[in-house]
Design a protein around this ligand. Structure first.
Ligand code: NGO
Length: 533
């Protein structure tokens, strides 16, 4: 294990103690190997771990006369409506939302310095109050409130309760502003309903960026009016030869809207100049030799490239980026740039020099896979690192140098964060090119120390990509994402001082009844002390 996990700084112990107090009701400093850990109380089982937890005496009880109050009629009110929607099916209560008068659950926007996404949640006999400086903070506070209630609250039919919210105060804010998950909708296509289901799972763990890998060799998944064959033909298949699919602009807007209602920003990716067979197959003119290759349904990588010397390539890039930027209220547009093995280095640099300004022209910030740092990353660009712990020093140094010169970093080390890696040799789904990634391995590292030499401020956060060569259904997504996804979320949200595998695995285990209630099928890793099913 990495040595920085062995030495626990003082602040870490103080916060860790708070968590342990919450978890066990007693003070225990110094991790003993958790053989039979006590079941954590609701306050001690929240994932991602809050920045600070102070248990209180009496819980609040939600009853049939509970009212939810949010001041005003704007975004705060909509968060209150969202909360009521979550609670009504299982409690069977009316839970009216009001903007004045007494209320058991109050969402308050205030000028207190909670930051863009932080919040304070106070729960006691008289009620629950969530206070934040911005609606996103109220929303994240609601996710915490959810986890303070019994798992049965997630059911969609009426349950007996009682609906107790553990008493105490949580003050919380994220470590990183960028906490992402990527879904590859190219290798296998996923419908709008499937993407929404994943969004709801991400929101529960306070993830705020949904990266959609919209194009690759096997499929083009977004309608582009000026190049209609990209979706109509390039989207007509997928890995294994199934019928594929694509999002109309209206459908894509619906994904963006739904994500925004859960405080997630959508980051669209068009992977270029490699990983472009679907586009090359759709338009012969994009190929250097003018001949369109057939559609591709295998899983090899690195064989396709846009034609860097042709003018039409940049007309294509401009049209696609313009139309996609118009569908994107978010700040970022991801242009891929990985595994351009069929593009010469010189061509790669030329291509990136020409395409990055197009992204800026349409008002967006470039994100690229970290190979972009081998070209000239545009000012303000972010590079997404997907190497391994033991990636060569020269490659890491190139990324670190870019970070020292202002390129921001999103960390997705493949042998930690890739949700498509097998857990063990016996995992049926998934790949193993980056190794086997069990739950502990995926959680137990520090994004702040991962690339020594990269300025702390260059690390904008983490992202857990789910590539879908072997993933085709909701159940497949669930199995690969759970239980690793909550760990990725915790790495992005929780202060480094709360990091402890022994404490985390107990909190993680306590999530299982919630997943059962939500219909999420997960991998029962032997590393985690799950409750009996
Ligand atoms: C690599 C490759 C993808 C694969 C993935 C599978 C990146 C950035 N490019 O990650 O095309 O789908 O591995 O794990």
């Amino acid at each position: 294990m990495r040595s920085h996990h062995r030495t626990t700084p003082r602040t870490a112990r103080v916060l860790g103690t708070l968590l342990l107090v919450a978890a066990a009701g007693s003070v225990t400093v110094g991790a003993t190997p958790a053989a039979a850990p006590p079941a954590p109380t609701p306050l001690g089982r929240v994932v991602p771990a809050p920045a600070s937890v102070t248990p209180g005496a009496a819980p609040y009880r939600i009853t049939r006369s509970t009212v939810i109050r949010a001041d005003g009629s704007g975004a705060g009110r909509r968060v209150a409506e969202y909360l009521a929607h979550l609670l009504r099916p299982s409690t069977g209560y009316r839970l009216p939302v009001t903007s004045r008068g007494p209320a058991g659950i109050r969402l308050v926007l205030s000028h207190d310095p909670f930051g863009a996404e932080g919040y304070r949640l106070h729960s006691g006999r008289d009620g629950v109050t969530i206070t934040a400086a911005a609606p996103a903070g109220l929303f994240h506070g609601v996710q915490t409130l959810r986890q303070l209630l019994p798992a049965a609250v997630e059911k969609d039919t009426v349950r007996p309760g009682p609906w107790l919210v553990a008493g105490g105060t949580i003050t919380d804010r994220p470590r990183y502003a960028y906490r992402g998950a990527m879904l590859d909708v190219s290798r296998h296509f996923f419908t709008v309903a499937q993407v929404k289901r994943y969004i709801d799972q991400l929101a529960l763990y306070k993830i705020n960026e949904l990266h959609l890998h919209l194009s690759d060799d096997q499929g083009w998944r977004i309608a582009v009016d000026s190049w209609p064959r990209l979706a109509a033909y390039g989207g007509s298949t997928q890995v294994g030869g199934g019928k594929g699919g694509f999002y109309t602009k209206a459908q894509y807007r619906e994904i963006v809207r739904y994500a925004a209602s859960r405080y997630l920003e959508v980051v669209p990716e068009i992977d270029m100049p490699g990983h472009t067979n679907a586009a090359l197959a759709s338009y012969a003119g994009l190929n250097c030799d003018g001949a369109a290759p057939p559609l591709y349904t295998g899983t090899e990588v690195g064989f396709s490239s846009l034609c860097v010397g042709k003018r039409v390539t940049y007309d294509f890039a401009d049209d696609v980026i313009r139309e996609l930027a118009a569908l994107t209220p978010g700040r970022y547009l991801h242009i891929g740039g990985d595994e351009a093995h069929s593009t010469s280095h010189e061509d790669y640099v030329t291509f990136m020099d020409r395409v990055q300004p197009i992204v800026a022209k349409y008002g967006k910030t470039v994100i690229g896979w970290h190979q972009l740092t081998g070209a000239r990353p545009a000012r303000g660009a972010l590079a997404q690192y997907w190497g391994l712990d033991d990636t060569g020093a020269a490659e890491k140094a190139q990324v670190v140098r870019a970070a020292q010169h202002g390129t921001g970093l999103i960390l997705s080390p493949a042998d930690r964060m890739y949700l498509d890696m097998k857990y063990t040799e016996d995992t049926e789904l998934g790949q193993d090119w980056a190794g086997l990634v069990e739950v502990r391995r995926s959680y137990d590292w520090d994004p702040g120390a991962y690339l020594p030499g990269a300025p702390a401020s260059s690390v904008r956060g983490v992202e857990a990509p789910l590539w879908t060569e072997t993933v085709a259904t909701d159940a497949d997504i669930d199995y690969m994402a759970f239980p690793r996804l909550p760990g990725a979320a915790e790495l992005g949200w929780s202060p480094a001082a709360t990091h402890s595998w022994d404490a985390y695995k107990v909190r993680l285990a306590a999530q299982a009844p919630r997943w059962d209630a939500l219909g999420i099928t997960y991998y029962r890793s032997p590393q985690v002390p799950w409750p009996a099913p």
